[in-house]
Every structure is written in C-alpha cells, then in structure tokens.
Design a protein around this ligand. Structure first.
Ligand code: HEM
Length: 239
C-alpha cells in the first residue's frame, strides 16, 4: 500500500528542514546575520549529504574490485566512478556559492562556532582515506591495481594501450577525473576561505590557508606518471 506516500513524508522534509538552526539570536536587527548563518549551515549540511553518497558509491566500487576477477561489473564501476567525480564537482560548485557570504556577517557569527571546524568532518576524513594522496595510495587505488593484476593485466600495459583498453581505459579516465575533481575541491576551498578570512587562523586551531594548501594533493600518482610516459618518443611530423 503506497497511497499515503507523499513528497513531504517520503523525503522526511519536516525533519530535514528543522535541522538548520542558526545560533545567532533571531531579531529584526540581526536578520542579515541570521540569514548568512543559515546559508553557512546549509552549505555544510548539503556537502555532508553529498559526501555520504560519494563515500557509498566509492565503497561499492572497492567492493566490486575486491570480489570480481573479470570485467563483469566493470561498466557499473565506470558509472559509479563517473557519478562520484560529478558529485565532487557539485561539492566544488557549492563551495563557490560561499563567495557570496557577507564578510561582516561571517565575522559576527563566527565567534559562535567555538572550535567547530570542517577539519572535524568524519565523512571528509573517510573520503580522504579512500582516495589517498600523492604520497600514499588509498584502498580505492589499491583495490583497482589488485583487480587488474588478478584479471591478468598490468596497469602500465593498460595505460599504454589507451583507448584500445576499452572498459579499463574508461575506469582509468574516471579515476583521473575523480582525482582532479577532488584536488579542485581542495584548492577551491582554500581560495574561497582566503577571500573571506585572509590569513586568519581557523576555528579548528590551524594556520588556515597555509595549512590547507599544504594538504592539497593529487591522488593516483602512478596513473599520472604513466600519462607522462606516453609522451616519450612521440613526435608529430611537421612540414
Ligand atoms: C566560509 C566558509 C568556510 C571557511 C571560512 C572554512 C574554513 C576552514 C579552515 C580555516 C579550515 C582549516 C581547519 C581549521 O583550522 O578550522 C577548514 C577545514 C576544512 N573545511 Fe572548511 N571552511 C568553509 C567552508 C567549508 C565547507 C562548505 C565545507 C564542506 C564540507 C568545508 C569542509 C572542510 C573540511 C573537510 C576541512 C578539513 C580539510 C582537511 O583536513 O584537509 N569547509 N575550513
């Protein structure tokens, strides 16, 4: 029986829309600050929702890499990786909206945040572990290379074959798009926050922009290195 399903109750909108609670006292002369703080809360909550989907999709990819030895799930893996890459782009676009957070309002409600900081985002930490960084591959890349090996290929061989590697090529492309999007999100976060807080330190106790810049990192280093090798020994004849 689905008669009593409505848009409102299916999405649990009463609960969802009751969760934006600015700490600024709501009064006529504080209206601008209350609206700005609501904007700040929604930007973070929406990001956490998208992070939930990205993490679930990437964990499904890792599971598929781990439990299959062939390409039976490979097109689904491509779909999930491409969706994750797209959703990381959404995260980045949402951040750019915060360029429209009025500086004076932010300065006013920021003191109400205490030591709360994005650095405490457990979902972001989980994503960062899954994806890895330039120094250390994460489970996403490790499960990919193990799957490639079990199915009788090598990553370098697939990279050399380029588009002729078919679905393997599309997986490599999707991983690189995901990694680039992740990096763009990190860099976009730093540029957005330097606009609103300059070199001021963060509520989480870090130096702010300098600290975050040092954490920006392009994952999947091996795939990038293999891309650079594709240029070795190639040249286009000129007339
Ligand atoms: C006006 C908006 C924002 C400002 C001024 C800001 C500022 C900062 C600062 C200064 C840090 C460094 C840690 C600290 O000392 O607090 C940080 C970390 C972080 N922020 Fe933001 N942020 C903003 C919006 C967002 C949004 C919308 C998200 C989305 C979830 C986010 C996610 C994060 C994450 C995940 C970290 C940790 C990054 C890492 O460990 O590499 N931030 N933020």
């Amino acid at each position: 029986m689905t008669d009593d399903v409505t848009y409102q109750n299916y999405l649990e909108l009463d609960t969802l829309l009751s969760l934006q609670k600015p700490r600024t006292a709501d009064s006529a002369d504080m209206k601008s600050i209350v609206l700005s703080e609501q904007f700040f809360i929604i930007a973070h909550q929406a990001s956490e929702l998208w992070l939930r989907q990205i993490i679930a999709d990437l964990e499904a990819v890792i599971d598929a890499f781990t439990t299959t030895d062939d390409t039976s799930n490979a097109e689904w893996i491509v779909d999930l990786l491409q969706r994750s890459a797209k959703l990381i782009e959404v995260l980045h676009t949402q951040l750019t909206a915060l360029d429209r957070l009025p500086l004076g309002d932010f300065a006013m409600f920021r003191q109400l945040l205490g030591t709360a900081s994005g650095a405490q985002s457990e979902q972001f930490q989980r994503l960062a572990r899954l994806v890895g960084n330039a120094q250390q591959d994460g489970p996403l890349y490790e499960s990919f290379t193990a799957w490639v090996t079990r199915s009788g290929h090598t990553v370098s061989g697939l990279a050399r074959r380029g588009i002729d590697a078919g679905v393997h090529y599309r997986i490599i492309e999707a991983l690189l798009d995901l990694g680039n999007g992740y990096w763009r999100w990190q860099v976009g976060h730093v540029s957005m926050l330097t606009k609103i807080m300059g070199s001021h330190s963060g509520t989480g106790g870090t130096s702010g922009a300098d600290y975050l810049l040092s954490r920006c990192s392009l994952p999947f280093g091996e795939l990038r290195e293999l891309r650079s090798q594709a240029h070795v020994g190639l040249s286009v004849a000129t007339s």
